[in-house]
Design a protein around this ligand. Sequence first.
Ligand code: IP8
Length: 272
Amino acid sequence: MRDCVVIKWGGSLITDKEKMCTPDNETIDSLSGVMRQCLDDGLDIILVHGAGSFGHLRAKHWRLNEGLLPVESFTSQDDCNSQKEAVSIVRNEMLTLNNYVSESLSRFHLVPSIKPPHQWAKNTGSSFDGDISKTFSDYQDSICVTFGDVVDCEGEMSFGILSGDDLVVRLCEEIPNVKRLVFAIGGVDGILKRPPESANSDDLIENWSPGMKFEGLHNTEIDVTGGIGLKAARGAEVAKLGIEVLIVNGSYPERVFDACTGNEVLGTKISA
Ligand code: IP8
């Protein structure tokens, strides 16, 4: 059986986070090229991508991560008047971003098999409900792709945000031959001891485990999910299973390749 790598492309890596719904096609293409190399190197790949400026900005305005709230909590936008409308717009935004990703993968002769979470998952957090083995049963024949999304939730919440960082945990737990989990992130080399603006190369934490202090990128003005803190926590859950977990700067394709294939690489290794 081939080894499988679960890789998360961070939303801030593959989009311009300041400009609503703007992909970074150059970065997406460079990452697709790495996926091609990994397959040629004998790996199965399951790709999970984040939302960046395609989901977070509108989800933040309509507080979609908090579920259904009273109408009087909100001011309308030009093109959106309610949380229910926002749910369907954000789902479409994610399908649009996914389309950029899929087209790019196809340019590298990869066959993406798309699994939009709102079609197969319910509830949020890493214990969300969804049949991973059935949904991803074709992962050895094609490159399965899923992403952070707005999903239906049981009870009063009605809907919520399922982050790609939660999806990766369940993929690592339930797909039998996962060897590595790689987070390719934007703007930093890994988990840092100091805020990214003031950090230098000595501030990279090369080995991180729960309990160690760190500073990280989490733009709460924009993000509805957890930034580097969520990646660290979810990474530690996965490391417990004996799976290697790495965070690398996704702007360097050779680092992403080395992380996926198990070569020495600059970045943060997470242990349980
Ligand atoms: O960027 C968030 O997914 P993430 C999904 O993987 C939405 O945390 C729709 C904001």
